[in-house]
Design a protein around this ligand. Structure first.
Ligand code: TYM
Length: 323
């Protein structure tokens, strides 16, 4: 299968990005043809400092490689290295109903909060659709918050195909069942914009501090507790196997233990889980030229595919003559 996904370099990646998306990228690279990219053009809708955006982009590549993305299996590239995607965005934009974009939650939420929204944010799902369609992607691993955008992509591809013939492959979203919406330190969806994130490569001391400060309900120690609805338990479950998860759930239900214990267990599990990638990241960071080379190779491969798709779309809609 052709797998594709993108991730914005708006800051350092957090546990939500990892369990919702990056872990799927790594799993899927083994038996599929996988394309993964750093969505810096999308990032530009929020990061308005060029030096920061560039720095974030390089850090993002390091993070992904350290976490196990293998450039010999998957194609890793930077979104803006494929200008064909922007051209494809325009072709799709001409058939995009405004109402469809008005219903998209990224835009709706910002507007509801009274924050200024620009045309980039409004048309963001069209660029995302072009990202997906340019590579004839069949499967798009994402967290739950991106599913709506993949529906939009299917709509746009379907209506383009209806007007101009079978040009685009319609993709499917792939969401992890137990990590569709990873909670943040306040129990809401973990997200940079909610300021409730724990970063994958954050210093263990700082992780511990954030975990220890997580708000819990006020049940006294002796009372039984409900694991499933507790964000601490949900996070802990992501880092451990079934047996450890069940053992912890049993302790919740039995009562006689405090949330402090699960906090400690969570911080320890997280530190152990990311220890190896952390060491790998240090090694990789010493060779920035290697990372640039990987991104250059990736861009070349991705671009060849995007060029073919763009040509097909251009010919179908009549902005280029048939070859
Ligand atoms: P972005 O950068 O916001 O998020 C990257 C990935 O992380 C997932 N994610 C989460 N999953 C579970 N729980 C959470 N708390 C959580 N927070 C983030 C997101 O669902 C996403 O999969 N528009 C995209 C980037 C993009 C893209 C694409 C994705 C651009 N073009 C084409 C797929 C295909 C975005 O902003 O993701």
């Amino acid at each position: 299968m052709r797998v594709l996904s993108g991730i914005q370099p708006t800051g350092r990646f957090h546990w939500g990005n990892y369990f919702g998306a990056i872990r799927q990228y790594i799993d899927l690279q083994h038996d599929n043809e996988a394309y993964y990219f750093i969505a810096n053009l999308h990032g530009l809708t929020t990061v308005r400092d060029g030096a920061v955006l560039w720095q974030n982009t390089m850090e993002a590549a390091l993070d992904l490689l350290a976490l196990g993305l293998d450039p010999n299996r998957a194609t890793l590239f930077v979104q803006s290295d494929i200008p064909e995607v922007c051209e494809l965005t325009w072709l799709l934009m001409t058939g995009t109903p405004l109402g469809l974009l008005e219903r998209c939650h990224a835009f709706k939420e910002k507007k509801a909060k009274g924050l200024p929204a620009d045309a980039g944010l409004f048309t963001y799902p069209v660029l995302m659709a072009a990202d997906i369609l340019a590579y004839d992607s069949q499967l798009v691993p994402v967290g739950e918050d991106q599913v709506q955008h993949i529906e939009v992509c299917r709509d746009l591809a379907g209506s383009f195909n209806f007007s101009f013939g079978e040009v685009f492959v319609l993709p499917q979203a792939k969401v992890m069942e137990n990590a569709a919406r990873v909670p943040g330190t306040d129990g809401e969806k973990m997200s940079k914009s909610y300021n409730n994130t724990i970063e994958i490569f954050e210093e263990p001391k700082s992780v511990r501090k954030k975990v220890m400060r997580m708000v819990t309900d006020s049940r006294p120690v002796e009372e039984p507790k409900i694991p499933e609805t507790d964000p601490l338990f949900q996070l802990y479950s992501l880092f451990v196997g079934d047996q450890q998860r069940e053992a912890m759930a049993a302790r919740y239900r039995a009562g006689g233990f405090g949330y402090g214990e699960v906090k400690k267990a969570l911080a320890e599990a997280a530190e152990g889980y990311f220890a190896e990638p952390r060491a790998r990241r240090l090694e990789l960071a010493a060779h920035p030229e290697r990372v640039r080379e990987i991104l250059g190779d990736g861009a070349q491969r991705a671009r060849a595919q995007a060029q073919r798709t763009l040509r097909r779309a251009q010919e179908a809609c009549g902005v280029k003559g048939r070859s």
